[in-house]
Design a protein around this ligand. Sequence first.
Ligand code: TUI
Length: 317
Amino acid sequence: MFENNAICKLLNIKYPIFQGGMAWIGTAELASAVSNAGGLGLIGAGHMPPDILRKEIQKCKSMIDGSKPFGVNVMLMSPFVKEVMEVVIDEKIPVVTTGAGNPGEYVPALKEIGSKVIPVVASVALAKRLERVGADAIIAEGMESGGHIGEIATLPLVPQVVDAVDVPVIAAGGIADSRGLAAAFALGASAVQMGTRFVLSEECIAHPNYKNLVLKAKDRSTVVTGRTLGHPARVIANKFTRTYLEMEAAGAPAEELEKLGVGSLHRATHEGDVDNGSVMIGQISGMLEDIKPVKQIIEDIVAGLPKIVEEIQSRYN
Ligand code: TUI
């Protein structure tokens, strides 16, 4: 299976499944589990200072079997982005994904050390621009995703990006089972990236309160904060978002909203304060009802694919 898949061939991985590079919870534990299971695990650099990232990378290397690849997701809004890129280059990270901005200026240096550069985009325009400067593949992420998002949903975004570029496309946003993988293939993507599904894994270090709230989530449990700041983020509606959204609607100044957001993700992921913190998660959380080992998550999705393809055929035969 997947012997001819463009992403499996490009990265030398068994399954065309990426783990989203989630800030604070995309740790060595999760990334190594995904890579060891045959997918592509990613350390989410988020706002990490460079020395902490280097330690996490070294830990991940020590937890990975043999020479399986893993990646680092560089969050381009980080105040440490330049130093983070230096660490990534120094550690010769085989796959670098980026988010929340345009990584164009960093592409040449990354390619020089042989890293595959795979930016996350939320628009066709940026996908085209990044293909021109040498991106090896493109992750097209719809606004169903958790955390920082664009404006277009996965279903319209992926085929438009597929049509616009010649490099392989990875679909992200709203994907968590075999149906999602089949749908991504139907749209022309070669692989999927999942964040929410891997939050509900045994290896994810998110606080139990965080996971329990995600388990309880329904289809309409998430809201989008930060639209007025120009960096919208999808999170579970709670006491924090009610205050935030009220202030946003009342026209609170950007600095005040920024201040409210500082530390809010860590408060939820690590302190377990899911009332006063940001519980970033995608809309597909409404469908998820179990915490499983990473290996089982990946193998169940792959094993379920033939039945979905049969069901698709039965609808037009
Ligand atoms: O980056 C993400 N998701 C994230 S990053 C993050 S860290 C954070 N923490 C606290 C507050 C805010 C963020 C949490 N979730 N996903 C990838 C992604 N990138 N989604 C959308 C984009 C994107 C948006 C606009 C990429 C490029 C872009 O273009 C801007 C430009 O310069 O053209």
